[in-house]
Design a protein around this ligand. Structure first.
Ligand code: BGC
Length: 879
């Protein structure tokens, strides 16, 4: 479906209860265990050995003899991917994190769970709970924790409760330490036990203790000697199961397992997608020679059955209803986008745009057209319905507004102007039956643009089906040569962008300006993306240039998950068009998309396509330039941030992101997103720079030590004293909030007592808005190195102009504690702790103190990342 009209009606806002599914299943552990035991007792050894591997797809095998149905799962971190049509495309993980709002996490969880259930699935392979530690991370867009474990502990558990309220299993992934993609099937990571416990494990610990998550997916990477981490007995059996009391089952990431016995003993309960390492033969042999105990095998089966019983799946599961895109889910995607977009800069109150004075708006960038972008990989959702950013602007700006896309500075194959060698509009295409453009072409024709799609889908500019190069799969042309002339309208740097599943060469006036060798399918990547190649070329206005673009297909690329088969070429100016200064505002949609960011590969810190230069040039020509960034990470903004009038990080805002963005730009929605990450001035400032200085996809990159230890993100910046460009927790609003009247009560903490941190927030500006207030705890003079401060509470409040609200956030001993590896316990030292309340990690408004009376040592079973009074914010927990 194409772009559509904005959602205006307030459908189903916040109605969690409306979609709660009454539990028909037994709800106490004793009841569940009794039923499980009776089923287990009837299973033969052969049936048990079969049960601990998947069906080959996402499912758990049926066992009709005992009334066990097939359990179907779908990837659904950011939208239900396997339903038909695909489900609602939600904003990316960091957008949810930017809301600093457990209600939005619950709402999105309910939406996801509801759609999963309506489409006949029982499990979601998500959410992603890994941490943000480097802007190179290919999968940061999937993860909802940002760089703070407390934030992840709240939002992850809330989203899981929302999903599981729909009687659908959530699956916390990827356990543990999947913070980068480089060499993901073999990288051996070394991470201290303290960093694991204080940072990386916390969202998972909360998912287990505060949301009773049904499934945990162990990851691909190696950790502390176990490769993959799925074979880490310490992480899975000991920590997750024995210490945290995880009741569900552990599944392997897809084909992650390498060795049968270590994986079985470490605590993996089911191999996905199918029996490879956990084949009945391999497991049976280990049982026979007593390397594996019957009790270990039974525990795996028992854990899986336990979740079937707890969710009432014995005897059958609900069928698909045929209903898709329920209003509740649509609304959830919109609400998260509205609260998740972060306003980073607003010079001279350029924003919000006023309708009376903002009549002519220039839009730049392909990302503003079509479905709002998202990342590549198993979380990729090709939105079935959407509001593009330019359509959102057109509809919100109202009648009479002139919102124009500037083709000359927009890299889009459909907007690049070509003239054939004979003077007609278009390009001349010559198709060859060999990979080397040799001999006579088998087909010559004029095409309107260079946009050949060979994936078998609807062709956009040609559907040549010639001899197959390299054999197998979809028929592809062996090689193609396109020739045309172009006539730039401005002088200076231009960019040419090619995206192709193979080798490309670009000649301008006979000079080679682009050569990607033999193509760039990433080695060892099972889901290889099709990453574009860009060239920067100086051109003169009014001159005619001959362009020759050669493409030769290669195997090893895919058309799914956001990939692409075929060849595209576009060109655009990096210089501002002469009339740019006449526009009331210029909106540039920049950053990443599935073309540059996603699963299985890491990416550079710099913006692609020479966008730095483009944004700087546009803002020089028109200071009312608004940069809208897309992607799952921070970017290098040094080259242009001082010059732009305004900047926003829109992450991947989901299918309704075009509406949310336009509402924010025009002030119909007051931005309230806060950065869940630190954005550095220079990559050298990032605390992980020492161990991961440059994005890499090198298969020889075999080991990485998290040398920054617990000092990741703002914890590292504050220790080194390096000033970030935008600090953790930062985000602007169209109103002002004043903080006051802090009380810390009781001011003396001891043992299991809770401390209430209360303060007033006043909206002292002219418009309504929401503030995410943050509570940090700081201890000086500790016996161990501690971060300057750590987030231990937050609250989001919506206030009318002039309104004041008293906010209370709770702390307990864990809020003050560090993890002591020698004791395997959480330790709180006696002494003074500073309680810092602020609008960001660098904007502390109120300071109080708390005195902790006694040393307390709490074991890892009992200790909870969230204080008990905060748990009510997370919604009901599924038994
Ligand atoms: C990813 C998982 C995903 C699975 C199934 C793997 O490559 O790491 O996150 O759930 O594929 O698509």
């Amino acid at each position: 479906m194409r772009a559509r009209f904005l959602m205006t009606a307030l459908i189903g806002a916040g109605v969690l209860a409306a979609h709660s599914v009454p539990a028909q299943a037994p709800s106490t552990d004793a009841q569940i265990n009794a039923i499980v035991q009776s089923i287990l007792a009837q299973m033969t050894l052969a049936e048990k050995l079969e049960y601990v591997s998947g069906t080959g797809a996402w499912d758990i095998k049926p066992l009709p003899r005992l009334g066990l149905p097939q359990i179907k799962a779908s990837d659904a971190g950011l939208g239900v991917r396997l339903s038909n049509p695909v489900g609602v495309a939600y904003p990316a993980g960091p957008a949810l994190a930017s809301t600093f709002n457990a209600d939005r996490a619950k709402q999105m969880g309910v939406g996801l769970g509801l759609e999963t259930r309506l489409s006949g699935f029982q499990q979601i392979a998500g959410p992603g709970l890994n941490m943000y530690r480097t802007p190179f991370s290919g999968r940061a867009f999937e993860y909802l924790a940002g760089e703070d474990p407390f934030l992840g502990a709240v939002l992850g558990a809330a989203q899981i409760n929302g999903i599981q309220s729909q009687n659908v299993w959530a699956d916390a992934k990827h356990y543990i330490a999947n913070e980068q993609e480089v060499n993901r099937f073999n990288l051996m990571e070394t991470v201290s036990e303290r960093a694991l416990r204080e940072i990386y494990m916390v969202p998972f610990e909360s998912a287990v203790k505060n949301a009773n998550v049904a499934v945990v997916m162990c990851g691909f990477q190696g950790l502390n000697g176990a490769n993959p981490v799925c074979e880490s007995h310490a992480a899975i059996q000991q920590t997750l199961k024995n210490e945290w009391g995880f009741k569900g089952f552990v599944e392997s990431d897809y084909a992650a397992l390498k060795h049968t016995l270590p994986a079985a003993v470490a605590g993996v309960d089911i191999e996905r997608p199918s029996a490879n390492i956990f084949s009945p033969g391999a497991l049976g042999a280990l049982l026979a020679n007593e390397q594996l105990s019957q009790a270990t095998l039974d525990d795996k089966v028992r854990r899986i059955l336990g979740r079937l019983v707890a969710y009432g799946f014995i005897g059958g599961v609900p069928a698909a209803t045929g209903e898709s895109h329920p209003p509740f889910a649509e609304r959830a995607a919109l609400d998260v986008a509205r609260e998740g977009i972060v306003l980073l800069k607003n010079e001279g109150q350029l924003l919000p745009l006023r309708r009376e004075t903002s009549r002519n708006i220039a839009v730049v960038g392909k990302l503003a057209t079509g479905a709002p972008p998202t990342g590549f990989g198993s979380a990729h959702i090709a939105a079935a319905r959407y509001i593009s950013e330019i359509d959102g602007l057109r509809q919100i700006a109202g009648t009479g507004a002139n919102i124009v896309l500037l083709d000359a500075v927009t890299l889009d194959p459909a907007r690049s102007a070509w003239t054939t060698p004979s003077g007609a509009s278009g390009v001349q295409a010559q198709y060859y039956a060999n990979p080397t453009w040799s001999g006579a072409p088998v087909l010559t024709r004029v095409e309107p643009m260079i946009n050949l799609d060979t994936s078998g889908g609807a062709p956009q500019s040609g559907d040549y089906r010639g001899p197959v190069y390299g054999g197998g799969g979809t028929a592809q042309p062996a090689s193609v040569r396109w020739t045309a002339t172009i006539r730039p309208t401005v002088s200076g740097a231009h960019v040419f962008k090619a995206r192709a599943n193979g080798a490309v060469r670009l000649y301008i006036n006979g000079q080679l300006v682009m050569d990607n060798g033999d193509g760039n399918p990433l080695p060892g990547n099972v889901i290889p993306p099709t990453i574009p190649v860009n060239a920067r070329v100086m051109l003169q206005a009014g001159q005619t240039y001959n362009v020759q673009f050669d493409y030769s297909a290669r195997p090893g690329y895919i058309a799914v998950f956001g990939g692409f088969l075929g060849a595209q070429l576009s060109w655009a100016s990096l210089q501002a068009p002469p009339n740019l200064s006449g526009f009331d505002a210029v909106v540039v949609a920049a950053g990443h998309s599935a073309e540059y960011e996603g699963e299985g590969f890491d990416h550079p810190f710099t913006l692609p396509e020479f966008q730095d230069e483009l944004i700087a040039n546009l803002s020089r020509a028109n200071p009312r330039t608004i940069a809208v960034l897309h992607g799952g990470t921070g970017f290098d903004m040094q080259g242009w941030i001082d010059g732009v009038g305004a900047a926003l990080h829109a992450w991947y805002p989901g299918q309704n992101g075009g509406q949310a963005l336009a509402e924010i730009l025009f002030g119909d929605v007051n931005p309230s997103g806060k950065l869940p990450i630190t954005i550095e001035r220079s990559i050298t400032d990032n605390p992980t720079y020492a161990n991961y200085p440059q994005a890499s996809n090198d298969l020889n990159f075999s080991a990485m030590t998290y040398t920054e230890d617990i000092f990741v993100g703002y914890r590292g910046f504050e220790r080194s004293g390096r000033r970030p460009l935008f600090p953790f927790g930062f985000g602007l609003s169209y109103t002002r909030f004043n903080y006051g009247a802090l009380s810390v009560s009781p001011g003396i903490a001891a043992g299991s007592g809770r401390v209430a941190v209360s303060f007033d927030i006043t909206n002292s500006g002219e418009v309504a808005g929401a503030e995410a207030a943050q509570v940090y705890v700081a201890q000086s003079g500790s016996a161990v190195p501690r971060p300057v401060k750590e987030l231990k509470g937050f609250a989001k409040v919506f206030l009318q102009p002039g309104e004041t609200q008293r906010v209370t956030v709770y702390l307990d001993q864990r809020s003050l504690a560090y993890y002591d590896a020698a004791r395997n316990a959480w330790v709180t030292e006696p002494g003074a702790f500073d309680i810092l309340v602020g609008a960001s990690s660098q904007d502390i408004r109120l300071r109080g103190q708390l005195f902790n009376l006694f040393r307390s040592v709490t074991n890892t079973r009992v200790s909870n990342p969230l204080p008990a009074p905060e748990l009510v914010r997370l919604g009901p927990v599924h038994p």
